[in-house]
Design a protein around this ligand. Structure first.
Ligand code: PEP
Ligand code: MG
Length: 655
C-alpha cells in the first residue's frame, strides 16, 4: 500500500524532523519505506532518511506493508504535509513557555547564508560585533601509572584540590557582587564538587594507579556521560557542569589559572567550544554582546545566565564552532539559532537594523515596567512571572513582574543528583518570597511524571505518561517527598506572601488529601518549635475534569490558575509535544475557550481569584477576552510582561 504527497515540512527532512519522522514510523509494526525519485529507504532509519535528502515541496511516496499499514501511511503523510512539523521543537523545553526553541527554521536573513551556521536558539535577541574567541588549552594527565607508594600522597593532593575548589566557590558565593541568579548557578556547581559521585569515582581511579588529573578527567567524563544518556534536556545540560567542576579541580592540581574572560572588549561576541557556567558567571557580562558555543542547550546554565542578563546566545553548534575561531566579526540571531561569520555589508546593515528595532521596542515598553494595570472599573490585573529557578528572579523583577504566578519546582528537583532536602527547599522558597514581597509568589508543588525522570523517584514505564502517574497523583502516593515540600513551603511562608498550587488536579479528593497532609506538617512543625505560617492553597485548572467540577472545587480552594498548555492538550486530546497534531493544539479553539470561560465563571461566582499561568496568558490578542471573562491575574514569561501591561492599559483606555 502506498500514497504520494508533496512534503510541506519546513526545510524538509533535515536532522530533527527526520528523527521525529523515524520515531513516528517506529510506532507502527508495518515495514515502512519512503521513496523519492525512485529511491526507497527504510523510514525507520534516520541516517538513511537524512541521506535521502528530502526537501520541502518535493514529491515523495510513503509505502507500507503490514497489519497497520493504513494507519502508518495516514500518520506519516499527515506529518509530511504539516508545515509546522519541522518548526515545533519538542526537545528544547519541557515546560512550554519559559524556554527558547532549538533552531530548525530557515534563517531570517537572506544574505550571509554562505557563512551561516545553525545551533540552538538559547537566548533571544540579535547581536553583531567583534568575535572574541575563547578556546583554553585542553588539560591532560601525566599518562603514567603511579607506584603503590605514590598513591596515598596523590589522594591527599586530590582531596586538597577538591577542598580548594570548594573554598573558591564558597568564597564566590560570599561576595555581594554576585547576582542572585549567578549565585544559584555557582551553588549548583559547588553541589557537584561536594558530591561524592564525582570525587568518589576519581579517588577509585587514583587508588587503581591513575594520576589525579587523569583520574578527574576520566571520572568527569563517566559522570557526564551518565547525564548525557538520560532522555531529558535538563539532565543532559548537567554534563557540562560536571566537566566545568572537573576542569577547576584539574587546574588546581596543575597549579594553573584558567584563561580569563576579563579582557573581553565591549559588545564582543564570545565564541567558545564550552564556557563553564562558573567562568561565565564571573565574566564582565555587561560587556558581552552575544554568546556562541559548541556545547550547551536551551536549558544549560550558560543559556540561563545569558537569558537572565539579556545576552543573545546560540549554543550547541558542535564542531561547527571551530570555523569561527578565526572570525573577525560575528552576527547572531538568538531567536532562530543562526550565526554568521564575517557578515557582508548587506547582512551587517540587516542586523544593525534588527538590533536597533529590538532596542526601540524594548525601550518603548520599559515605561510599563512600573505600571499597575487597572481597568476602568478599578479592578487591578496582576501581571506576574512564570519562572523555574532563582536565577530568573532578576529578569522577572527587571520586567516589572507583580509577583510570581507560577514557580515550577521541577528544576529544583532535576538539577541535583539527589532529592532536595527540606532545608534547601525552604531556603529557595523563602528567597522567592522575600524577593517579591508583598506581591504573592505562587509555588506549584512538584509536577513531574515518567516523561521527565528525576534522581530519587522510581517511575513505572507507562504507555501514556501524560495520562499517568504525574503531578499531584505522584505526590499523594509519595508523602515522604510531598510532605518535605509542604513543610518547606510552610516554613518559607514566614518570609512573604507564599501561595501554593496543585498541578494536574482531576478530583476533589486530591485537594482534601493535600489539606490533611498540610495539617499534619503544620502540627509537626509546631511540635518541633520550627517557625512557620499558613498559606493559601489553590489549584491549577488544566484537566477537563477540573473544569467540569470547578464550581465544587472553588468552594474548597483559595484560587484557580488556568494552565492552558495542558488544558488545551487534554480538551483537544492532542499531545502538546506532537507536531503532527499541532493544528489541534490551539488554545483559541472554541472548545478550549469555553472551558476557560466555565472555569472563570465558577471562580468568580465563588468569589475566589481566577488567574492563568499557561502560555496563552501572555498573548496580546487574547488578554482582553480573558480579562472580560473575569481573570484578574495573568502570569507569563518575563519577556512578555511589559507588552501585556501595555495591552491591558490600552483595553482600560478603551473602556
Ligand atoms: C500549563 O499546563 O499550562 C502550565 C502552566 O504548566 P506546564 O506548562 O508546566 O505543564
Ligand atoms: Mg501543566
Amino acid at each position: 500500500m502506498e500514497r504520494s504527497t508533496i512534503v510541506r515540512v519546513h526545510e524538509g527532512l533535515h536532522a530533527r524532523p527526520a528523527t521525529r519522522f523515524v520515531k513516528l514510523a517506529k510506532g507502527f509494526e508495518s515495514d515502512v519505506e519512503l521513496v523519492k525519485d525512485g529511491k526507497a529507504v527504510s523510514a525507520k532509519s534516520s541516517v538513511k532518511l537524512m541521506l535521502l535528502a528530502v526537501k520541502e515541496n518535493q514529491e515523495v511516496t510513503v509505502r507500507a506493508h503490514g497489519a497497520d499499514a493504513i494507519e502508518a501511511i495516514e500518520a506519516l503523510i499527515g506529518y509530511l504535509e504539516n508545515p509546522k512539523a519541522g518548526l515545533d521543537d519538542e526537545d528544547s523545553q519541557p515546560t512550554g513557555d519559559a524556554g527558547p526553541k532549538a533552531a530548525v527554521g530557515s534563517a531570517p536573513t537572506a544574505s550571509g547564508a554562505a557563512n551561516g551556521l545553525r545551533g540552538v536558539a538559547a537566548s533571544e535577541g540579535f547581536a553583531i560585533g567583534p568575535a572574541f574567541a575563547h578556546f583554553p588549552p585542553d588539560i591532560a594527565g601525566q599518562g603514567r601509572m603511579l607506584q603503590a607508594e605514590e598513591i596515598g600522597g596523590e589522594i591527599d593532593r586530590f582531596r586538597a584540590a577538591v577542598r580548594a575548589v570548594q573554598a573558591r566557590m564558597d568564597h564566590a558565593l560570599a561576595q555581594d557582587s554576585l547576582s542572585a541568579g549567578d549565585r544559584g548557578i555557582v551553588a549548583a556547581l559547588r553541589d557537584i564538587a561536594a558530591d561524592d559521585s564525582l570525587t568518589g569515582e576519581a579517588e577509585g581511579l587514583i587508588k587503581g594507579g591513575n594520576d589525579a588529573v587523569s583520574a578527574v578527567i576520566t571520572a568527569a567524563s563517566t559522570i557526564a556521560a551518565e547525564f548525557s544518556a538520560v532522555d531529558d534536556h535538563y539532565l543532559n545540560a548537567r554534563a557540562d557542569d560536571v566537566h566545568a567542576v572537573g576542569r577547576q579541580i584539574c587546574l588546581v592540581l596543575l597549579g594553573q589559572d584558567d584563561v580569563s574572560l576579563e579582557n573581553i572588549p565591549e559588545g564582543a561576541i564570545l565564541i567558545a567550544d564550552d564556557i563553564g557556567a562558573w567562568d561565565l558567571a564571573r565574566a564582565p557580562l555587561k560587556r558581552i554582546g552575544g554568546v556562541v558555543c559548541g556545547h550547551g542547550g536551551a536549558t544549560s546554565h550558560i543559556a540561563i545566565i545569558a537569558r537572565s542578563h539579556g545576552i543573545p546566545a546560540v549554543l550547541g553548534l558542535g564542531g561547527q564552532v571551530n570555523a569561527l575561531r578565526t572570525a573577525r566579526d560575528v552576527a547572531l540571531d538568538g531567536n532562530a539559532g543562526h550565526v554568521i561569520m564575517d557578515p557582508d555589508e548587506a547582512t551587517r546593515a540587516d542586523f544593525a537594523g534588527r538590533v536597533e528595532a529590538a532596542a526601540k521596542e524594548r525601550a518603548g515598553l520599559t515605561v510599563f515596567k512600573t505600571v499597575t494595570p487597572k481597568l476602568a472599573d478599578g479592578r487591578i490585573i496582576e501581571v506576574a512571572a512564570n519562572i523555574g529557578s532563582l536565577e530568573e528572579i532578576e529578569a522577572a523583577q527587571e520586567a516589572g513582574a507583580m509577583g510570581i504566578g507560577l514557580f515550577r519546582t521541577e528544576l529544583l528537583f532535576m538539577r541535583h543528583m539527589h532529592l532536595p532536602s527540606e532545608d534547601m527547599q525552604a531556603e529557595t522558597y523563602a528567597a522567592l518570597a522575600k524577593a517579591f514581597a508583598p506581591y504573592p509568589v505562587i509555588v506549584r508543588t512538584l509536577d513531574i511524571g515518567g516523561d521527565k525522570p528525576i534522581a530519587g523517584i522510581e517511575f513505572p514505564d507507562e504507555e501514556n505518561p501524560f495520562l499517568g502517574w504525574r503531578g499531584i497523583r505522584m505526590c499523594l502516593d509519595r508523602p515522604d517527598i510531598f510532605k518535605r515540600q509542604l513543610r518547606a513551603l510552610l516554613r518559607a511562608a514566614v518570609h512573604g506572601n507564599i501561595k501554593v498550587m496543585l498541578p494536574m488536579v482531576s478530583d476533589i479528593s486530591e485537594v482534601r488529601q493535600t489539606r490533611v497532609l498540610v495539617d499534619e506538617c503544620t502540627a509537626e512543625l509546631k511540635a518541633e518549635g520550627v517557625p512557620h505560617a499558613s498559606f493559601d492553597l489553590g489549584v491549577m485548572i488544566e484537566t477537563p475534569a477540573a473544569v467540569l467540577i470547578a464550581p465544587a472545587l472553588a468552594k474548597e480552594v483559595a484560587f484557580f490558575s488556568i494552565g492552558t498548555n495542558d488544558l488545551t492538550q487534554y480538551i483537544m486530546a492532542a499531545d502538546r509535544l506532537n507536531p503532527t497534531v499541532a493544528k489541534l493544539n490551539d488554545v483559541t479553539n472554541p472548545a478550549v475557550m469555553s472551558a476557560i470561560e466555565m472555569t472563570a465563571k465558577a471562580g468568580v461566582a465563588a468569589g475566589i481569584m481566577v488567574g492563568m499561568c499557561g502560555e496563552a496568558a501572555g498573548r496580546p490578542d487574547l488578554i482582553a477576552t480573558f480579562v472580560k471573562m473575569g481573570l484578574t491575574e495573568l502570569s507569563m514569561s518575563p519577556a512578555s510582561i511589559q507588552r501585556a501591561k501595555k495591552t491591558i492599559m490600552a483595553m482600560a483606555a478603551e473602556g
